[in-house]
Design a protein around this ligand. Structure first.
Ligand SMILES: [Zn+2]
Ligand SMILES: [Zn+2]
Length: 345
């Protein structure tokens, strides 16, 4: 089968690999129908993720058809159409029993990282019963690829941790796919204002289409001043960090209102300053989280009922044998305006 393989920092190739097989009775093998590329894949390719060894097939998002199941798998059968969760969970360890699947001691964020991933024709999914989700008949599968990772990530790490409430003021710093996923799902709670901040010229326009009440291009570095003016000097109740660099986290520190929450989503590679000298008396909270994908079934229902349409995030489409082009397009998002690139196996 064809697969996209990480061959060490800066190196990737489409290679011919052997099809995966059942290795444990709780495994399933899934024939990938559609997959996509994530910012995390770019981090791995830069060499930022030491747990991912050269030779690894990348990818942790996708939908497919169950091809084979191990003897202990009871909830899925060959032929079932499924969403692959970016988090593999055993369902039995302490963390899983607390709904913290991301920290499963037997799984977690391992797909396309510690084990071979979804950017291939087939993938082996460990703990299939608790790591796959059934796709209802007639569902639009393009939209459901967004349920593997970005939609639950934006919702759980940004909206739920940020305790977005009716009438609240929300700022989302970073209008990439994850920031936009937070924007889509924040609207479940009817906040009064959702302010999107980005440095890109095109993304703020998309954000308006997706329901932002105002957009700020922070190229001039004046986003903090503008948000303070817009909120009568108060700041925002929820500041969602969706970039993963020190400047955007500090922007959140600067705009959070007394009693507010900074909900971090971004993957941070270097330290960001925490200005306690300004924040110690402001009754704020800071949250961090790796997506647990506990909300995937609920989000699936909202997509099915057309309450949200995550398909809007797909800007480009490729066949699997052209996945290198898909990476180029996704990696040059500022030029290509790419959000999510859909890859058909
Ligand atoms: Zn991802
Ligand atoms: Zn577990």
């Amino acid at each position: 089968m064809k697969a996209l393989v990480y061959n060490g920092p800066g190196k990737k190739a489409v290679e011919e690999r052997q099809q995966p097989d059942i290795a444990a009775p709780t495994d399933a093998v899934v024939k990938i129908v559609k997959t996509t590329i994530c910012g995390t894949d770019l981090h791995i390719l830069k060499g930022d993720v030491p747990t991912c060894a050269p030779g690894r097939i990348l990818g942790h998002e996708g939908v497919g058809i169950v091809d084979k199941v191990g003897a202990a798998v009871t909830a899925f059968h060959p032929g079932d159409r499924v969403i692959v969760s970016c988090i593999s969970s055993c369902g039995k360890c302490d963390y899983c029993r607390r709904g913290m699947y991301s920290h499963c001691v037997n799984g977690g964020s391992i797909l396309g990282n510690k084990i071979d991933g979804t950017q291939a024709e087939y993938v082996r999914i460990p703990f299939a019963d608790t790591s796959l989700y059934h796709i209802p008949g007639g569902a639009e599968e393009d939209a459901l690829v967004m349920l593997s990772d970005i939609l639950p990530t934006g919702f759980e790490c940004g909206v739920l941790n940020g305790k977005v409430e009716p009438g609240a003021t929300v700022a989302i710093v970073g209008a990439g796919p994850i920031g936009l996923a937070a924007l889509l799902t924040a609207q479940f709670y009817s906040p009064a204002q959702i302010i999107m901040v980005d440095m890109d010229d095109n993304r703020p326009q998309m954000a308006t289409r997706f329901g932002a009440t105002s957009v700020i291009n922070n190229k001039d570095g004046k986003a903090v001043d503008k948000i303070m003016t817009m909120t009568n000097g108060r700041g925002v109740d929820t500041a969602i960090e969706a970039v993963g660099v020190p400047a955007s986290f500090i922007t959140c520190e600067d705009i959070v209102a007394p009693g507010g929450i900074i909900a971090n989503i971004g993957v941070h590679g270097v330290k960001a300053d925490l200005h306690l000298e300004r924040l110690w008396d402001r009754n704020i909270a800071i949250t961090t989280r790796l997506v647990d994908t506990v909300t995937t079934p609920m989000l699936l229902k909202t997509v099915q009922s057309h309450r949200i349409d995550p398909k809007q995030l797909i800007t480009h489409r490729f066949k699997l044998d052209r996945i290198l082009e898909a990476y180029e397009t996704f990696g040059a998002a500022a030029k290509t305006n790419a959000l999510k690139v859909l890859i058909e196996a």
